[in-house]
Design a protein around this ligand. Sequence first.
Ligand SMILES: [Zn+2]
Ligand SMILES: [Zn+2]
Length: 196
Amino acid sequence: MMADHRGERCGVIGELRDPPHFFPFMRPDTPLSAATTLRLDITLGLWCAAVVVLLAMFARMTGLVARAIGPMPGWVFALCIVAFGSGVTGFLIARGIARAHWKTAGRMDAAMLLAARGQCPSCASWLLSTPPESDGRTTCPACKAAWKVGNTDGCPGCGYDMSQVPATAGPLAICPECATLSTASADATDTPPPRG
Ligand SMILES: [Zn+2]
Ligand SMILES: [Zn+2]
């Protein structure tokens, strides 16, 4: 369960239910906040480091590399074991931090980014043709969850003033600061930029 932008409890689409995988290609195609991506990248970096050290030790044990570039001294091998242990421990801790972050803030950030693009984070319905209500929230016609669609308060990723940024990706505008997508504001689409 999650809370919508009016603080009401609402459902959550499958793509946002589980914490995102640290392998980018294993993640669903949903937007993630910079804070979430950073934690996933650190997890991935530690995983890669542990694998590289493991491969180095494997090469030493099989003697393949040892024959080509000379034997690995014992102290280097001991260092490798320490590095591998640290890498695995660090990876497990980083993955735990990323998962905890997803439950506390990451999922809601991702829901906000998805809603800003015009899709309901509760049921995946499109909200682009539904006008916002007086409180600035758009009520999803399918599931009645309320979301902030578009970028009237600035870029949902970094707060950049998007009022003059026109739609360049279908109905969406791309933030020039952080490349976050959001539904272009009516001002930017209705009035063409002044010539001169
Ligand atoms: Zn919905
Ligand atoms: Zn931005």
